[in-house]
Structures are given as structure tokens and as C-alpha cells.
Design a binder for this molecule. Structure first.
Ligand code: F6P
Length: 530
């Protein structure tokens, strides 16, 4: 049996954590003029500098050993080849097949899924081209100008983040909106500015059973019917669906040919590469969408074939494990120095925390080590004037990922220069601190706080695809080493189930709830009875 925390490598890492307690990152640089070159990696347009970490060579080598002795390589091969690795839901995990740009078949239950994936892409292309060219007309013969995606979690965060990140590539005559929250204020605010004649709704839900999305989709449909004089038969010109549940989508009123299907083996938080990416393709065009997939494919190939000690996702994952399991880090900050990436921390929150927020291993036994970190962050330089104070001088240990793009937008040279130099200054300050003359006063910053820097040569679809896949695989590697299932989310399912039950039971005074829940249910009920 694989027992991680009693393995020799784990014990050695515990020892190393004690032995290097007083090591300073800056001393590693003084001792090795080649550290930056040795501890940085380039893959296509993506550059990773991981030299400013609390990593001696010995620690790095031992972490690589940890990965070698773990089920990582075996699970990786299983994932890419379509084996059932989501054991609790008894499914393969095949987001990598969605962006497979090679000729290799991917076999699930004896069947190659690639022809189906290619057919799905063709359908996406045909629709995307029609809408973007204006050939697709609404009920009153006008072209589509506003696209509204209705979905939540993985059916929102990925496409939402990518559309915003790639705004410069957006179709100049179209706007994109995302409705996710069940709070009626969200949909109300968005619908307010829309013209039904030129609006296309995408109901995005893998299961077509998520309460928030169904409520929002029905409200959108009612609004549309009330605001337009669209004949019922033309509703399909304004409502399309992305789902694995074709029957429910048709029952909602979407025409069969306007349902973009995908498969149970695509996890929600890994689904932006499937037809859940429809808003992305509509925004940036099909060919750019393919560039996004190609960037992810490049990262997939690197992840599969690069040796562990030169493998970007593996290195990021191991550095994370070092901090979480051996240096006591509870959180991981992600700070993009790029306003276009302002949704990235929210996307990564779901990716990482829904995947690795687990406390039992793959056999159902409780783990005796920490797993997924609390992921959080926001854009720099804003964060500098909000929470960086705690990062510099607080009592907590918070590793940071800085992310930026080198490409300068015409006319914003001075801004971009300031943006990037601010980021470099922060990474430097976190490492070196400010303890001149060993002073111990209010102004002294201890430093020795680690960070990674990820630099893209440009924020384009290809590089963004690679960046997202990098984080997907980082999460996968950590899950494999911790021996947990990164692909289920039973805690979230519990919330979904109880929300339905409580709304159903609110009328009855049910003793199955605790006094607090009953009391609060009573207050909500009275409020609605007024
Ligand atoms: O948040 C839990 C979750 O199951 C996600 O994994 C999924 O992306 C989201 O709910 C929405 O589910 P659906 O796409 O089925 O509406």
C-alpha cells in the first residue's frame, strides 16, 4: 500500500525543512551565480522563473524523488489514455482529449472518442462562423450583437475568464455577458441593457439540473418572450444550450440542432475546452479558439514527455507541496500583473479548491497530511495597496505566483513599464526584505518570502491555453502525490441537494433540521408570506 507520510522521502523532506529553517533565498543566489538560469524554464511563449523559492538543490532533488515514487506517472498515463481515474464517479477524465491536436486515438469503453470530438468542433465552427458573420439572424432578421452565457461554476468561470482575458480579440460588433449568480440582481442588471432582437442566450449546464442556472434561464426566457414579439417557433434563434443532457435542454425549449453536446467524462471545472467554450469561440472566432486548444496541447505534450525535473507543472506542484506539507503554508496567492487576467484567481480557485479540497485518499481513508491550499488573489498593482502589507510583514507564510505578459499595448507603454517593474520590485522585496543594519523596528520587512514568476511573451490564445493547462496539471500532480481523487466534488453536491430540500421543506415545520436552521427557515418563510 502507498503510504505517503511514512515514506522515506517524506521523512527526508521533514528533516530538510528543519535543517534549512534558517536558510535565506538571497544566500542561495549569493552562493550560485547560475541559479536563475538553472531554475527557470521556457516553453513556447511561457517562461517560468522559480529561482526565488526556499529550495536548496537537496530539497529540489528530494521533491523530484517524491514525485518519482508517487503514482504520478501511472495516473498521468491513465488520464491521457481514458482509464477510469475519477473512481468515485466511475468516469475517465479526458479534458486532454478535447485539445488533442495529434492523430492518436483516445479509447473509452473500446471506442475512439476523437471522431466525436472532431464532429463537435465542426458543429461549433459552423455555428460560430454563422453568428460572427451575421448570417445567423434573430426573429426580426437582425444579426446577433449580444451573447449572454447563463451558467455557474465550471460552466461560467472558464469561458468568462478567457473572454475577458482575450478582450482585444473580441468581435468588434459583439458584446459578451455572463450570468451566474442566482441573485436576481445579477440577471436584472444584465438584461436591462439588452435588446431581445439582437440577443443570443447560451444556457450552459453540463447536467441541465443546476438550480441557479435553470432559474436564470427561465427568467431570461420569460423576459425575452415579454420583451419581444417573437413567434414561439423562432425561440431557437435566440436560445441555444450546451449540455450533456439533451432531453432536458429540449424540454426547456431549445431546438435539437442548437444543442451543443459534450460528455460525462469532461469535468465541469475542466470544460472550457469543450462546447462550454462556445462563448469563447463566438468572441474570438473559431480559429483563435483552436489556438487556445493548441496552447493547451503544447503544455500537455510537455507534461507527458519532459523529465520531472524540467517539467513546469510538476515543478510548480512540488514547490506547492514543499510549502504546504513541510513549511506550513495554508494559502497560495495568485497575483496577475495584468488587468485582463482579473478573473484568473477566481477561475483557479475553483480549479484547485474543488479538485484538491479533499481529506480522504482514493481508497476512502483519511489522510494525515494537508492537501489543497486556499487559493486567492487579485491583480497587481491593486493588491499592493490592499493586502500586500500582510504579505510583507504579517505572521503568515504565503507563497505567491506572479503572472504577467511582456507585450506592450500601443499607447500604454509607460503604464506597462510601471506594471512590470512594480511586479519585479515586489518579487524582489518579498525575497530580500528590508532588514538593513539588522534593525528590528516597525519598518523592517523580514523577506525570505518566496514567489514564482510566470511571464508570457504575449497574452494571446495560445499562451493562455498553455497557462491554464499548466495550472490544471499542477493540480493533477498534487492530487496524484497526495493520492486523492481530484475529479469529484461531493461537498458541492451536498450543498446542491440541501438547497433543493430546504426550499421544498420550508412550508413544513420539520424536526429533521437543527434549531438554528429551523429558526432561520421560519424567518425566510415569514418574509415571503408578507
Ligand atoms: O460547482 C459544482 C459543479 O458541479 C461544478 O463542477 C460545475 O461546473 C457546476 O457545478 C455547474 O454544474 P452544471 O454545469 O451541471 O450546471
Amino acid at each position: 500500500m502507498y503510504t505517503l507520510s511514512s515514506s522515506v522521502t517524506w521523512k527526508k523532506l521533514e528533516q530538510l525543512a528543519q535543517q534549512t529553517e534558517n536558510d535565506r533565498i538571497s544566500d542561495y543566489f549569493s552562493a550560485d551565480s547560475d541559479r536563475f538560469n538553472r531554475m527557470s524554464l521556457q516553453l513556447g511563449g511561457l517562461f517560468l522563473d522559480y529561482s526565488k523559492n526556499r529550495l536548496s538543490d537537496d530539497i529540489f532533488k528530494t521533491l523530484i524523488k517524491l514525485a518519482e515514487h508517487s503514482p504520478l506517472r501511472q495516473r498521468q498515463a491513465q488520464m491521457f489514455s481514458g482509464d477510469i481515474i475519477n473512481v468515485t464517479e466511475k468516469r475517465p477524465v479526458l479534458h486532454t482529449a478535447l485539445r488533442n491536436r495529434g492523430d492518436e486515438p483516445v479509447v473509452v469503453n473500446g471506442q475512439d472518442v476523437m471522431p466525436e470530438i472532431r464532429a463537435g468542433l465542426k458543429k461549433l465552427q459552423a455555428f460560430t462562423d454563422q453568428v460572427r458573420s451575421g448570417e445567423w439572424k434573430g426573429y426580426s432578421d437582425k444579426r446577433i450583437r449580444n451573447v449572454v452565457n447563463i451558467g455557474i461554476g465550471g460552466s461560467d468561470l472558464g469561458p468568462n475568464m478567457v473572454c475577458r482575458a482575450l478582450l482585444p480579440y473580441q468581435h468588434p460588433e459583439m458584446k459578451f455577458h455572463f450570468i451566474s449568480n442566482v441573485d436576481g440582481q445579477h440577471i436584472k442588471k444584465i438584461l436591462k441593457g439588452l435588446d431581445p432582437e439582437t440577443t443570443l442566450f447560451i444556457v450552459s449546464t453540463k447536467t441541465f439540473s443546476t438550480q441557479e442556472t435553470l432559474l436564470n434561464a427561465n427568467t431570461a426566457k420569460q423576459w425575452f418572450l415579454a420583451q419581444s414579439n417573437c413567434p414561439g417557433a423562432d425561440l431557437g434563434k435566440h436560445f441555444v444550450a450546451v449540455s450533456t443532457n439533451k432531453a432536458a435542454a429540449m424540454e426547456f425549449g431549445v431546438s435539437e440542432h442548437c444543442i451543443f453536446e459534450f460528455w460525462a467524462w469532461v469535468g465541469g471545472r475542466y470544460s472550457l475546452w469543450s462546447s462550454i467554450g462556445l462563448p469563447i469561440a463566438l468572441s474570438i472566432g473559431y480559429h483563435r479558439f483552436i489556438e487556445l486548444l493548441e496552447g493547451a496541447f503544447e503544455m500537455d505534450q510537455h507534461f507527458l514527455h519532459a523529465p520531472l525535473d524540467q517539467n513546469m507543472p510538476v515543478i510548480l506542484a512540488l514547490i506547492g507541496i514543499w510549502y504546504i506539507n513541510f513549511l506550513g503554508a495554508e494559502t497560495q496567492a495568485v497575483i496577475p500583473y495584468d488587468q485582463a487576467l482579473h478573473q484568473l484567481p477566481s477561475f483557479l480557485q475553483q480549479l484547485d479548491m474543488e479538485s484538491n479540497g479533499k481529506s480522504v485518499d482514493i481508497e476512502g481513508n483519511p489522510v494525515d497530511y494537508a492537501t489543497g491550499p486556499i487559493v486567492w488573489g487579485q491583480t497587481g498593482s491593486n493588491g499592493q495597496h490592499a493586502f500586500f502589507q500582510l504579505l510583507h510583514q504579517g505572521t503568515r507564510f504565503v507563497p505567491i505566483d506572479f503572472i504577467a505578459s511582456l507585450q506592450v499595448d500601443e499607447g500604454t507603454e509607460a503604464h506597462h513599464f510601471a506594471l512590470l517593474t512594480n511586479m519585479l520590485a515586489q518579487a524582489n522585496a518579498f525575497m530580500n526584505g528590508d532588514t538593513k543594519d539588522n534593525r528590528q523596528d516597525f519598518a523592517s520587512c523580514p523577506g525570505n518570502r518566496p514567489s514564482n514568476v510566470l511571464l508570457m511573451d504575449q497574452l494571446n490564445p495560445h499562451n493562455l491555453g498553455a497557462l491554464i493547462a499548466l495550472y490544471e496539471h499542477k493540480v493533477f500532480v498534487q492530487g496524484a502525490i497526495w493520492n486523492i481523487n481530484s475529479f469529484d466534488q461531493w461537498g458541492v453536491q451536498l450543498g446542491k441537494r440541501l438547497a433543493t430540500e430546504i426550499s421544498r421543506n420550508i412550508e413544513n415545520k420539520s424536526s429533521e433540521y437543527d434549531a438554528s436552521t429551523q429558526g432561520l427557515m421560519q424567518m425566510v418563510k415569514q418574509h415571503f408570506a408578507r
